[in-house]
Design a protein around this ligand. Structure first.
Ligand SMILES: Cc1ncc(COP(=O)(O)O)c(C=O)c1O
Length: 368
């Protein structure tokens, strides 16, 4: 079975972890600092702050803006639950707006109607490796005096023109094993705002600048040096990994039939954390792929407003027609960089065979 993800660990990662272990620096130490500097340089920001996960990075980003009870944060229902959970952790309320059919990301045209006097931030999600419409969203955030927190958990190296995800407001990345690069578990915040970076550093470590002097109630959201050692070995490989993902995606774009392939806005560098197609009869489609030796996955089968803890927000499904449609139709197929050309051909053959057997999904039918 060709798996939907296959994390890559090489000799460099092993050597880095052994060195960290031998050095005795196991928790947050010099490797975390070095990883932060290398990641900031890669993204193109002045400051990067490592965290224990993408989720804690998002939580810290909101806390760094002093968002809390009584506040609102605008985000999307078509995302991994961590985006919305991070808002709940602060005591704030997630206000949901639908995504665009074309690229699965926050529809800027819907944002202004969702802004209230309690709004404090906009949290778009750069889903599947395609940046959200950050220029348009940054403009809205600025006009309304709101913070901009990009959930860039899936967008390491993605860009609009020559500007990378993570360079607007504050960006939050995840290094979970299936991501475009990994540290096992881990996260990173990126920003040009020195004060914001300073605040999130403080909050990451129990509000402590001077040992055992606590200025605010903080958290232990630190990354370990063991994880950072893996990150330092992975980061130089990321551009090559992303190139391979894009090359595989280009073959899929050219050779898949009878399914809706992802569309990419002009000027975008998509890093294909997922290659997500839209299909007819999705369960049968996924089952057919499995029979043909191809793994697939649904990201995500239930949108935020229908997840149990979020039902109380009181949203109706009709409020998010695009999200509901995508939730029924999306299917991600393997696009990870270790796929061989033969495996890519197997995936193409399997998808085309399943689409031929189950009937094509045309863009018009997709809208019904
Ligand atoms: C869109 C999105 N946001 C947030 C996260 C949270 O990251 P982590 O799993 O590292 O906590 C993830 C990762 O799974 C994600 O895909």
């Amino acid at each position: 079975m060709i798996p939907i993800a296959r994390p890559q660990m090489g000799e460099e990662e092993k050597a880095g972890v052994w060195e960290a272990m031998a050095s005795g620096s196991l928790a947050q130490g010099p490797r975390v600092r070095a990883f932060e500097e290398a990641f900031a340089a890669f993204i193109g920001v002045r400051h990067a702050v490592a965290a224990s996960s993408g989720t804690t990075a998002l939580h810290l980003a909101l806390l760094g803006h002093e968002i809390g009870t009584g506040d609102e944060v605008v985000t999307v229902p078509f995302t991994f639950i961590a985006s919305a959970n991070s808002i709940i952790y602060t005591g704030a309320r997630p206000v949901l707006v639908d995504v665009r059919e074309s690229d699965f990301t926050m529809d800027p045209d819907l944002v202004e109607a969702a802004i209230t006097p309690r709004s404090r931030a906009i949290m778009p999600v750069s889903l599947y490796g395609q940046p959200a419409d950050m220029f348009a969203l940054a403009d809205i955030a600025e006009r309304h005096g709101l913070a901009l927190v990009e959930d860039a958990a899936q967008a390491h190296g993605a860009a609009i023109g020559d500007r990378r995800s993570g360079t607007w407001g504050i960006g939050a990345f995840s290094f979970y094993p299936t991501k475009n690069m990994t540290t096992g578990e881990g996260g990173m915040l990126t920003t040009d705002d020195a004060d914001l970076a300073e605040r999130v550093r403080l909050l990451r470590e129990h509000g402590m600048k001077v040992r055992y002097h606590h200025d605010v109630v903080g958290y232990n959201f630190r990354m370990t040096d063991l994880a950072a050692a893996i990150g330092l070995a992975q980061l130089p490989k990321l551009p090559g990994y992303n190139d391979r993902r894009r090359a595989i995606a280009a073959r899929y774009d050219a050779e898949l039939r009878g399914v809706i392939t992802p569309s990419v806005r002009p000027g975008i560098t998509h890093v294909y954390h997922q290659y997500t197609i839209r299909v007819r009869q999705r369960d049968a489609f996924a089952e057919r792929l499995r029979e043909l030796g191809v793994g697939s996955a649904i990201y995500y089968p239930i949108p935020v407003h229908r997840q149990k803890p979020f039902v109380a927000l009181g949203y109706a499904s009709q409020q998010f027609p695009v999200t509901e449609r995508l939730t029924e139709q999306v299917l991600s197929i393997p696009v990870h960089p270790s796929l061989t050309d033969d495996e890519v051909a197997t995936v193409i053959g399997a998808v085309n065979e399943a689409a031929a057997a189950l009937g094509p999904l045309e863009p018009e039918a997709a809208r019904r």
